[in-house]
Design a protein around this ligand. Structure first.
Ligand code: FRU
Length: 691
């Protein structure tokens, strides 16, 4: 304590000395910076107010506006036009004169100022007060944190060495909202870049500033999550410049769905991820409604291209293109949208027309779009040679045209399509909304299905024998695939489901992705395995050779943990039910067992911990049909990650994914049988440690 007081005192002394030296050197000469240019004195010192709009009440240190949006000031104080005076008040604020030095650019932060003709900042000539350069809030967007400040530049490079002043102007007499101007942090000789997108700048600043406040106790250690706020679908899962890129539907400002941005992470092994700046934000007329919806990515001519759905204020959904040459900064092309509402195929919806999945085949680009045709779920196929202009090929899939042994949706959109060729077989994936439950299948409100079949590139039609569900658990949606350079096809998905209660929401975040899975096809069926790179992170192996169960429950202390991989073979024996209890504590446990009567593996989270309820009738259990092999064995491989579990059954023939919110101490693992005997064989546990 003593020490830190001393340090602080030392720092103040130093600041005092420099202040004095500055005066010694510069007294009598004009400033080369804007006096009190960041309002950090907490007053209007150095500024001259003319008219009524600029009063000392405007010098504010508030962090949030009345809507809860943060101002993003630099330092403590900024000028808040709304706090200053009545919105209809007018006037201007004039800085002390200074000599324009350096590159002649003045960087500053601007916010509000809806009327860009009347609210602006000018660089004025000291002598005749002529306005030499002017900047308004060109990106004013009422829906998008309109009061928040973002960085712009006043270009005075033609006036270097001249004596000038800053003039902040509010000539807006209106009072219909944002009829004032916010400003802060005037830096003369500013060398940073101009922010090309206020929405992007605000999002990244917000994340940088507030993610430290996110509660950590329910977070995963090897699954992708948002730093703060909301995440849904994976987007643009791709390989570019030696890294795996994964983007995601993201609302940084709240742990609930909102204006959609594209969050971005990169990885070298799909286990350890690095956050990148937000890649896309709603900042264009074609995407500043609900934002930048889902889409995909592809490399072309050395750049990474993102094809996404822009949702404009009218609700129209159109496909748009952005690219990056460094894999970090993305630019939306000038000719967006590249598939506009005018170009939808006959009978297709223009307000449900989204989630383009792009791929290349024999030198042509194709893109699959999720939509409706009449009342039916529909996938539409488009093609292009440049990615910049597209022509409609035809309907790929429509729920009024069931094929083979098929289960089909009646109403919903077929969301988030994906397409992969695996071992010469063509796999079409999509997420039909509101797919009706069929026995054990489609127990969630919305489902993810795949079909193995053939595309007819003349008509667009995809012919297939059967439509199957990809994952039989609770939390799996919007799966997307990509090809790695080594030929593996890898799939990711949102590890959550719409219309559920979300226990992490009050912690400041929600949503995660599954551990990416390698896909293979055997006998017309998809098999899933966790990416093999996860094995690098195994620690502390524990083995259990054979455990006989006879109607009892056996705790295995060496298997305890909540961030681990557990594998075993279950010999189902004569038991009615046999399996494993996970996340087990004094009051909670999660059950995973084989149920002989129904021939299914059941995942039961009714006593897991924090309750998760959804729009579905059955909130408690999910099951998948599983056939023990001829010796009566079923294999399990389970990945726990603090608040999630992913189960791979019989070599990935079936999978079950779920979020589990147990207590911090609920780490026990026990095997059990009921109504007969069973054996657990070759059981092994590793701790998974990623840091
Ligand atoms: C699927 C989805 C997509 C859409 C996105 C919006 O989860 O509804 O169809 O692009 O979410 O966030």
């Amino acid at each position: 304590m003593k020490n830190s007081t001393k340090k602080r005192f030392g720092a103040l002394m130093l600041a005092g000395c420099f202040g004095a030296m500055g005066c010694l050197a510069g007294c009598g000469e004009a400033n080369s910076s804007v006096t009190n240019g960041g309002f950090e004195t907490g007053t209007l010192k150095g500024w001259e107010a003319h008219g009524d709009a600029f009063t000392k009440d405007g010098v504010s240190y508030e962090l949030y506006d009345k809507y809860g949006n943060y101002y993003n000031q630099q330092g403590d104080f900024f000028f808040d036009g709304e706090a200053s005076a009545d919105p209809s008040a007018t006037g201007y604020l004039l800085s002390e004169p200074f000599v324009l030095g350096g590159n002649g650019l003045v960087g500053f932060l601007i916010g509000a100022g809806k009327n860009t003709q009347h609210c602006y900042v000018a660089l004025v000539d000291e002598k005749n007060k002529e306005e030499l350069a002017v900047r308004a809030n060109d990106e004013f967007d009422e829906a998008n944190m309109a009061n928040s400040l973002h960085r712009v530049i006043l270009d005075g490079s033609g006036h270097i060495g001249e004596k000038v002043r800053i003039k902040i102007v509010d000539n807006d007499e209106g009072s219909d909202g944002y009829n004032y101007i916010n400003a802060d942090d005037f830096v003369v000789g500013y060398e940073g870049a101009e922010e090309t997108s206020a929405a992007l700048y605000k999002a990244n600043k917000y994340i940088e500033r507030y993610s430290v406040g996110v509660r950590q106790d329910k977070r995963h250690s090897y699954h992708v999550m948002p730093q703060i706020g909301w995440m849904n679908d994976p987007n643009g899962f791709s390989y570019y410049n030696g890294k795996i890129h994964l983007f995601y539907q993201h609302n940084p400002y709240a742990a609930s769905w909102g204006p959609m941005h594209w969050g971005h992470v990169t990885s070298e092994d799909m286990v350890k991820w690095e956050y990148q700046p937000v890649a896309l934000a709603p900042d264009m007329p074609y995407d500043d409604g609900s934002g930048c919806f889902s889409g995909s990515a592809i490399e072309r001519d050395g750049a990474l291209w993102l094809l996404y759905t822009g949702v404009e204020k009218s609700g129209a959904q159109q496909q748009c293109l952005a690219y990056s040459e460094d894999g970090v900064n993305f630019i939306k092309i000038g000719a967006n949208p590249v598939i506009s509402t005018a170009e939808v195929g006959a009978g297709l919806s223009t307000v449900d027309f989204r989630d383009p999945y792009v791929y290349e085949k024999d030198g042509t680009y194709y893109c699959i779009i999720g939509t409706r045709k009449g009342g039916n779920g529909n996938l539409a196929l488009y093609k292009s040679s440049t990615l910049r202009s597209w022509s409609y090929v035809g309907t790929m899939l429509n729920s009024s045209d069931p094929q083979g042994e098929n289960y089909y949706a009646l109403n919903g959109v077929y969301e988030c399509p994906a397409f992969a060729e695996i071992g010469g077989q063509q796999i079409l994936i999509c997420s039909p909304q509101n797919l009706e439950q069929q026995g054990n299948l489609f127990q969630n409100l919305h489902s993810v299905v795949y079909m193995v079949g053939t595309v007819d590139y003349q008509t667009g039609k995809f012919s297939y024998e059967s439509m199957r569900e990809i994952d039989g658990g609770f939390d799996f949606y919007a799966a997307q695939t990509m090809k790695l350079p080594d030929g593996r096809t890898v799939m990711t998905a949102w590890m959550q489901m719409w219309d559920r209660t979300l226990p992490t929401q009050s912690d400041g975040w929600t949503g995660a992705m599954i551990l990416p899975r390698e896909l293979t096809v055997k006998d017309g069926k998809l098999y899933q395995a966790p990416v093999r790179e996860i094995e690098k992170y195994r620690k502390d192996q524990a083995d259990l050779d054979e455990l006989s169960l006879n109607g009892e429950e056996k705790d295995v202390a060496s298997f305890a943990g909540d961030t681990s991989e557990i594998s075993f073979t279950l010999h189902v024996g004569t038991a009615q039910r046999a399996g494993v209890k996970l996340f087990k504590g004094m009051f909670n446990e999660t059950l995973l067992y084989y149920d002989a009567a129904s021939g299914t593996v059941v995942l039961d989270r009714s006593r897991s911990g924090a309750l998760i309820t959804g729009a579905e009738q059955n909130a408690a259990t999910r099951c998948v049909a599983v056939q023990p092999d001829q010796d009566g064995n079923i294999t399990f491989r389970i990945f726990l990650d603090n608040t999630s579990m992913e189960v791979f059954i019989n070599g990935g023939e079936a999978t079950m994914t779920a979020n589990i919110y147990a207590g911090a101490a609920d780490e026990g693992v026990a095997f059990y049988s009921e109504g007969g005997s069973a054996q657990v064989r070759s059981a092994r546990k590793y701790t998974i440690e990623v840091n």
